[in-house]
Design a protein around this ligand. Structure first.
Ligand SMILES: Cc1cc2nc3c(=O)[nH]c(=O)nc-3n(C[C@H](O)[C@H](O)[C@H](O)COP(=O)(O)OP(=O)(O)OC[C@H]3O[C@@H](n4cnc5c(N)ncnc54)[C@H](O)[C@@H]3O)c2cc1C
Length: 443
């Protein structure tokens, strides 16, 4: 959508083919509906916490159909708004699947062939279910989770990444019993070890069961419920089994091979720094190129292609220091290097870490702690990573990311006056170097 709009604004004649709904994964069945469900799930804690602040909240109840109907209405509104913006910019939207017929031709579902100087592939990705197992047809992915007819009472989620943990928090917050099963040694692979330990500890304290080193081996239907057998032989019963085991690029039957577009072993399209494929007239951006699969990255890449091709401004995208969040319970916000990455890269790495009870939790009595961790290049004093777990982490990290991106040093952080009383003030008041929390916990 961004590439189309900017290209049109630069005077290009643009056609956009969409086989499902305008808005893509993010708007229709990704970030936006997910965040709406996250908001919904967090009211439970607010109602519970209110008592400590003197509020007598009458018995509350939750209605899943109301939430999903309101969410669907908002998504439809956004879809219409995006459609209008594109059309206003002069983009022709064709509601059809498109495949590449040759380097300068795409073919639509009705057989019509459209020629263009350039073809931009932004087909995104789709959920994958891992190795085939008996009964896999009973498992849902995030795509279906947004459209469940009723709120399941017992949910089993396989996966340890952000989508698995976000849905675990959503279902648990809305009142379901949730079990997360993940084959690796700990959840949130790729994140800082302190973050992984902290999130898991709090998820478990909040009643989410986390089983690691194990995976689903079979699913059997038993009336309206499912009997799940794990690889360790244990059995589990749930009324919803969700797999959040990864996503694969949407490249099947896209005509890439015939057109000469190179794909990697994992299926993603190989591009250069200007998002150009091996075929000079074909570009690719976003999840289908499997670099950093986040919406703002896809948007930047789309804008860069249009600036390069139609704005006479060759534009690359810098993929370093991209802030990211996990809207789990507790929430995570991170930017930059993990401690392990920093130790592998720098001659000396300094770690600053605070784990504390936020002010809000005092009167509410909620059992929660915030984790703030800075990873610093000990030679240059540059802050190479900032990791936050706790309420507001995502909002905080967007701001911290500016400083990290600009190359701020720990001394710059120290020179910044604290804003009191906030959770974020800890980012600028960390004075003592510390050993890693994960390591301390292990010791
Ligand atoms: C549950 C979930 C939550 C997420 N949460 C976040 C988040 O909080 N923050 C974040 O930054 N990212 C999040 N993401 C990731 C984000 O949605 C993607 O990184 C982003 O949508 C990628 O954009 P894209 O343009 O590459 O592809 P997509 O948004 O997937 O768009 C691809 C579009 O192409 C269409 N299409 C595919 N093949 C064809 C074809 N042959 N012809 C015509 N049309 C076709 C599809 O229907 C789709 O509309 C989330 C993803 C999921 C699944």
């Amino acid at each position: 959508m961004r590439a189309a709009r900017i290209a049109a604004q630069h005077g290009a004649k643009v056609m956009l083919a969409e086989e499902y709904r305008v808005g893509g994964t993010c708007v229709i069945r990704g970030c936006v509906p997910k965040k709406l469900l996250v908001y919904a799930s967090r009211f439970r804690a607010e109602f519970e916490d209110a008592a400590g602040y003197g509020w007598d909240v009458p018995q509350w109840s939750f209605d899943w159909p109301t939430l999903t109907a309101n969410k669907d209405k908002e998504i439809a509104r956004l879809e219409a708004a995006y459609t209008m913006t594109l059309e206003k910019a002069g983009v022709t939207i064709v509601k059809s699947r498109a495949v590449v017929a040759d380097p300068q031709t795409v073919q639509l579902a009705d057989g019509k062939r459209v020629r263009a100087a350039y073809v931009l592939i932004a087909t995104g990705g789709a959920p994958t279910y891992g190795d085939p197992i008996p009964g896999i047809e009973h498992a849902i992915s995030s795509n279906e989770a947004f459209y469940l007819q009723k709120l399941p009472q017992h949910v089993l989620i396989q996966g340890g990444g952000y989508i698995a943990l976000e849905f675990a928090g959503i279902f648990a917050g809305l009142g379901a019993h949730v079990t997360v099963v993940y084959r690796g040694e700990n959840i949130l692979r790729g994140f800082d070890d302190d973050v992984r330990a902290h999130v898991r500890m709090h998820m478990e304290r909040h009643g989410i069961k986390v089983i690691t080193g194990c995976k689903v081996a079979a699913i059997e239907e038993m009336g309206s419920r499912y009997s799940v057998r794990f690889s360790n032989g244990f059995e589990h019963t749930a009324d919803c089994v969700m797999f959040a085991t990864g996503r694969a690029p949407n490249v099947a039957a896209l005509g890439l091979e015939g057109a000469g577009v190179e794909t990697a072993k994992t299926g993603h399209i190989v591009v250069d720094e200007y998002m150009r494929t091996r075929v000079p007239s074909i570009y690719a951006i976003g999840d289908v190129t499997n670099r950093i699969n986040l919406t703002p990255v896809a948007i930047r890449e789309g804008a860069a292609v249009s600036e390069t091709l139609f704005g006479a401004r060759p534009t690359k995208v810098d993929h370093t220091n991209i802030p990211t969040a996990v809207f789990s319970d507790p929430e995570v916000g991170v930017v930059g290097l993990t401690e392990v990455q920093a130790r592998a890269r720098f001659a000396r790495t300094d770690i600053y870490r605070a784990m504390f009870r936020p002010l809000k939790a005092t009167l509410s009595g909620r059992d929660m702690t915030v984790l703030i961790k800075l990873v610093v290049d000990g030679t240059t004093d540059r802050v190479a990573g900032c990791h936050i777990v706790g309420e507001g982490a995502a909002e905080m990290i967007q701001m911290a990311a500016i400083a990290v991106k600009m190359g701020a040093t720990k001394a710059d952080f120290d020179a910044t006056m604290a804003l009191h009383p906030t959770t974020a003030e800890e980012v600028v008041t960390l004075r003592t170097k510390s050993a890693s929390y994960a390591r301390e916990a292990a010791e």
